[in-house]
Write a protein that binds this ligand. Sequence first.
Ligand code: NAP
Ligand code: MG
Length: 492
Amino acid sequence: MMHEILPEVRAFLARAQKLLIGGEHVPAASGDTFETLDPATGLALARVAAGDAEDIARAVQAARTAFPAWAALMPAERERLLHRLADLMEAHRAELAQLETLDNGKPYRVAFNVEMNVAIGQLRYYAGWPTKLTGETYAVSSPDFHVYTRREPLGVCAAITPWNYSIVMATQKIGPALACGNTLVLKPAEQTPLAALRLGELALEAGIPPGVLNVVTGLGETAGAALSRHPGVDKIAFTGSTEVGRTIAATAAATLKHVSLELGGKSPLIIWDDADLEAAAEAAVWAIFSNSGQNCVAGSRLYVHTKVYDRVLEAVVKRTRQLNVGPGLAEDSDLGPLISQAQLDRALGFVERGALEGAALRTGGHRLGGALGAGYFLEPTIFDGVADDMAVGAAEIFGPVLSVFAFEDEDDVVRRANASPFGLAAGLWTNHLARAHRMAARLRAGVVWINTYDWFDPAVPFGGVGQSGYGRELGSQVMGMYTELKSVWVKL
Ligand code: NAP
Ligand code: MG
C-alpha cells in the first residue's frame, strides 16, 4: 500500500518555490532556478529559486534589520513564539513529513515518527531556554568592585545544512540561534530544499517577525560560499562533509566568524562475546542501514569478537536480507533510495573497489531494478574479510555498506577503532561493566553508545572530534556557542 500524497503537499509542489527573505517570497535576483528530484523516481518534484551572492546579501541585510528588535524581545515572548512554531509543526506534521519523504526518499513512517519527533522535541527544548539564560557574578580579589557577565546574542547567524535529515538539521540550528536572540539565514542542501522552505513559512505564521528566519535555497558553491564570506554573518553552523567543512572554516576565518562543524564519520560498533548477541546484531543492522546508511553516525565498521564472529555475522546478514527496500511512500519500506544518482554511483564504486581489493561480499551489492529501476535504490550491502586499510572499510561511504572485522582483545580493537581520522560516534556491546566504562573513555569519539546505538536527545551534547569537526550542538552548552559573554565592572 502506498501513502496518498496530501492535497496541501500537492499544492505546495505546484507552486514556484521562491526564497524567503525578510518575510517575503522573492525570486532569485538572477532569476535562476533549479530542480529538486524525487529520488524514488528520478523525476522532478519542484522548481526552486537558485539564490546566489546577491540574494545572500539581501537575506543578511534582512536578518541584520530584524536583529535589534528580536534580541530585545522579552525572553518569555521569544519562548512563546518558538513554542508556537513547534505547535504548527505538530499541526503540519504529516505535510512536512511527506515533503521530506518526497524530497529525500526516506520512509514516510520514519519521517513522520522519528524525524518530526526529534525536530519538534528540539524546538520545544530550545523554546524553554530564553528565560533561563543567565550571567554570573564574580568574587574578584578586591572589595571595590561588583563584576558580572551578561550573555548577549551574536547577531546574524548562518546555517548550512545537509540533505540527510533536512528538518532536524534545520531545527537543530534554528532553535538555539533564535532562542538566544540571534537572527538566521538558512541555506538548505540543494537536494532537499522543500521542507526548509515550508518551515520558514510556518515560522512567519507563528508570528516570528519577518527577517528573523530567512531561507535562501541555492547551490553550495554560490549561496553557501557567499554566506561563509559575508562580513555581516557572525556565526556559521555547518553540518555536512569534512571537505566542505574545511572550505567553510577557511573562508570564514577571513572575517573571524564563529564556526561550528558537524562533519562525517566512519563509526565503529564493537560487539563482545559476552553481549546479548541477538540484540547486538539487530542494533548493528539499524546502526548502518537506517536512512539507507546516509547517516553521519552510521555504524559502518562492525568489529566482532573472534569467539562469536561467525554467529554474529550470520545473524546480521540474515536480518539485513529481511529489510524491505522501496519507495518512501510505500507503507512496508524499511529503506528508501539513496539521495541521488551521484550518491548511488559513489556507493557502487566503493562496492566494486571492495570486491576488487579482495573483501568478501556477504549480501547485497547491486542497484535494484524492475519497478525500482528509475530510482536510486541500492541493496543493503555487507562485506567481511575487509583489511583495515581497504577503501570500503576506511572511507566514509554515506550509503548502505557495512564492513565487518574480527577482533581479539581490547587493545587490538581500541587501536583499530581509533585509527580512523574521523571521531564522531562509537558503539559498544558488552555486559562487562568495567570494560564498558574503560572503553568508553578510550574510544576517540564525540559520543559512545553502550548496549544501544543512535540515540539522541536535545538535552545531550552532540558532535565529533578530529576530522568529524568541532563545536557541539544540542544540550545546554550550545547556548554558549550562540552568545557572547560580556563582563561588566562596576566600581563600588
Ligand atoms: P556537503 O556537500 O558538505 O553539503 C552540506 C551543505 O553545504 C549543503 O547545503 C551544500 O550545498 C553546502 N555546500 C557545499 N559546498 C559549499 C561551499 N563551498 N561553501 C558553503 N557551503 C557549501 O554534504 P552533503 O553531501 O550534503 O552531506 C553528506 C556529508 O555530510 C557526509 O559526509 C556526512 O557525514 C555529513 N553529515 C554530517 C552530519 C553530522 O552531524 N556530523 C550530519 C549529516 C551529514 P549543496 O547542497 O548545494 O551542495
Ligand atoms: Mg530532492
